[in-house]
Design a binder for this molecule. Structure first.
Ligand SMILES: C[S@@+](CC[C@H](N)C(=O)[O-])C[C@H]1O[C@@H](n2cnc3c(N)ncnc32)[C@H](O)[C@@H]1O
Length: 243
């Protein structure tokens, strides 16, 4: 079933929709309480600046319909509002219901959709901006996620990714291969009592590079607008347009 984005203006805030991929979903559900804290601690609060930098690179759109794909606890949607103005509709889509509940506690105006990024329950050409913060790395079928993003975006719509890609330069290679495997799983285990943070490091090292990601976006029909390395390549912004 596909919804028109406009229904979320009046509908109840949480719409439950087919939750697949149980292992990753359960992992995020289990860490939802400490997710934000660990995010800020492990990035030395740089995640705020990274989201802001990404939002600033998007064109200003009046009355935008925004989908925060893999939006988790909603921080990217909140950054978008602060930096780009109030959208007409701000949807957070994620398959982990507990992450979405944490988003609801922060901002009641967010419309939450429990959904899989490879089966977006929205009609075609209905969204102006898709945000994706640290989500695509967790999706096994990236090509389908790209084609779903392309399908639901309007022509002239933008898909903005903020992600930890497979490191290419010396500094991020050193960080993700030598320092992060020692520090991040340990801090994660102490603070969230969960081994998800071992997965975090492995998922970065086994992901693709920004250029490979951009090639996948192009294959789905997107036009690349920018690739920007942040903090020496620890994170990257990739912005694409559906022309
Ligand atoms: C690292 S968190 C990022 C959360 C948020 N975007 C942020 O910037 O902090 C990744 C999120 O992606 C979600 N996710 C992973 N795979 C997904 C999929 N196939 N469909 C929907 N959500 C997914 C997880 O549940 C999790 O909330």
């Amino acid at each position: 079933m596909k919804y028109n984005a406009d229904v979320f203006i009046t509908d109840p805030p949480v719409i439950f929709y087919l939750p697949p991929m149980p292992a990753i979903r359960e992992m995020f559900d289990q860490i939802h309480k400490r997710y934000d804290l660990l995010n800020h601690l492990m990035s030395a609060s740089r995640d705020f600046a990274w989201r802001k930098a990404c939002c600033k690179r998007l064109p200003k759109k009046e009355n935008a319909v925004v989908l925060d794909l893999c939006g988790g606890t909603g921080d990217f949607s909140i950054a978008y509002k602060k930096n780009n103005g109030e959208p007409k509709l701000s949807m957070v889509g994620d398959f982990a219901g507990k992450m979405l509940n944490a988003a609801a506690k922060k901002d009641l105006s967010l419309k939450l959709i429990q959904m899989d990024a490879t089966q977006v329950p929205l009609v075609a050409n209905s969204v102006d901006i898709i945000l994706n913060g640290f989500g695509m790395r967790n999706i096994r079928d990236l090509d389908t996620a790209f084609s779903e993003a392309f399908r639901v975006l309007k022509h002239g719509g933008y898909f903005a990714t903020l992600e930890f890609f497979k490191p290419e330069r010396t500094f991020p290679k050193l960080f993700y291969k030598k320092i992060a495997p020692l520090v991040i799983p340990f801090a994660g285990m102490v603070l969230s009592k969960h081994n998800a943070y071992r997965y975090l490091v492995l998922s970065i090292l086994s992901f693709i590079t920004p250029k490979e990601y951009a090639a996948k976006a192009r294959n789905a029909g997107f036009t690349l607008r920018c690739i920007k390395a942040l903090d020496g390549g620890l994170a990257h912004i990739v912005i694409c347009e559906k022309k």
